[in-house]
Design a protein around this ligand. Sequence first.
Ligand code: NAX
Ligand code: ADP
Ligand code: K
Length: 526
Amino acid sequence: MSVRILSADQMRWADMTTTEAGISGFELMDRAGRAVADAVLDYMPDFGRVVIVIGPGNNGGDGFAAARYLRSRRIPVTLVMLVPLDTLGGDTLMHAELAREAGAKLRDASSDRCFAELNRWLLRAVMVVDAMFGTGLTRPLSGRLAKAVAQINQADRPVLSIDIASGLNADSGEVMGDAVKADFTLPVAAYKWGYWMGVGPEFSGRLLPASAIGVEDETLCRAWAAVPDPSVSKGSTVLRSACFIHSDMIGQAWPKRHRLSHKGNFGRVWIFGGSAGFTGAPRLASLGALAAGAGLVSVVCPDDVYPVVASGSLETMVHSQSSGAWMREGDGLIDQADAIVAGPGWGCAQTTLLARLLDVDRPLLLDADALNMIAADAALQSRVSERDSLTVLTPHPGEAARLLSCTVDDIQSDRKKAVLKLCKRYACWVVLKGNETLIASPQGDVMLNPSGSPQLAVAGSGDVLAGMLGRQLAVCYRNDTDVGMMLGAGVGLHGEAGEQNGWYLAGELAGMVAGLRQGIERKHGD
Ligand SMILES: NC(=O)C1=CN([C@@H]2O[C@H](COP(=O)(O)OP(=O)(O)OC[C@H]3O[C@@H](n4cnc5c(N)ncnc54)[C@H](O)[C@@H]3O)[C@@H](O)[C@H]2O)[C@@H](O)CC1
Ligand SMILES: Nc1ncnc2c1ncn2[C@@H]1O[C@H](COP(=O)(O)OP(=O)(O)O)[C@@H](O)[C@H]1O
Ligand SMILES: [K+]
């Protein structure tokens, strides 16, 4: 299954490259149509009529091809054409003719008189297929096309959109005029950003696996370099690749535990955080690290909160900041760290210690107040971008706005652009949190996390994530594991835990993470 994400122009380039390599546009449409028919058969609630609403471009061609395959399974099909047949392209026309020969009813709704029938046709359907527009939408829907969308949405029938819900911009996820509210979207050949950007998730319904229509994976991968991503600007890293986080990636990060393994095998994470009024954050981060499988977790917190943090930490070793032993030159305990997390609940008076940590040759994750201190201090900013060891920033949109000196709206209006700008500015890995968390490498490899839920919008869930990712970085340091895979798996597991029932508060989320992680490790043993 492809997990690639392309822009509309990149997809067009990949389609064109594929046809130049010898697979005709007619054949690509045919394969897309077969995949649509299979999906309709899988998800139609009952045997009955399928109404396919056809637009002016190749998306409509996929709809005609689907009609023929549905007819071959004896499904009654009505094809409703929103533009006159004689305006359609050659491949689409050929598929229209074949669909008619196969017994699909063609209904011309391109004139006002016939359009009045649309509602009646829609109400006869057990399922509606939206083949109005795909990646070729260039301007807002208006007139009869916008009315057709409104009627599809009012008809209250399950809707499957081919490639993308019509009216949704395939790159930005903006609604252009109006958009179909799909129950299912079947991506053609690869995924499009519009499913997740903007309001895309509210219109895309359930995303089905992308249909393999014969566009080679290698062609999809070349498209990123061949056609610039629309979010790339002068101040951002160039997007080199894009995929979404999937269960295989999550599985790879937690192999089966060896029978004789002990806690020393699973990485040591050091967490710097906590301040008066914020004693829970480092504890939650340490729970996150342990839940993700870290062997040993140490917390260093300011002296005034040491008694509180230490007394509330059963599984963690806690040091007070002034005790000093942990950072003694040569034999300090911190030399044993495989990764360091700095920031949860730390307050903004820790610039000296933060500067010291930036010099430690270990993977370093900077979260929360560490990010706020960096945002306010040009010297720290230079030290971050000049660091040789692995550095990861985990801002939420508010912190990201501070780091880029812009507004939260600027960040949220194009999150992909924001994450690529942060990479360029700080020359490190960035995890931009929020609904559909984005991860980007300094080289411009972007991963999108489709899992998670608003359940995660509870105090402390980000602290749990920081600790989890600290554990992931510890594994990278010890085993030289792929950083993108480990961060992607950490963010993916955090999101999956967030989707489960049975937890309410951030501490319980860590318990949920631990349970899921153990389940994955045990599965490898079957
Ligand atoms: N070879 C290919 O390009 C393939 C394309 N495929 C399908 O074709 C789709 C892309 O095809 P197209 O590029 O033809 O794009 P669309 O099918 O999205 O339609 C584009 C057409 O609609 C018109 N249009 C755009 N916005 C409009 C608006 N607001 N009001 C009225 N007309 C408007 C454009 O002028 C153009 O004629 C994909 O999403 C996919 O479903 C698949 O069949 C696979 C192969
Ligand atoms: N609406 C949402 N949908 C999906 N994930 C969310 C949502 N709101 C928050 N999250 C996730 O929850 C976590 C919250 O992190 P953060 O904002 O740092 O919270 P805190 O500082 O309270 O720990 C992030 O991983 C974020 O991606
Ligand atoms: K569509």
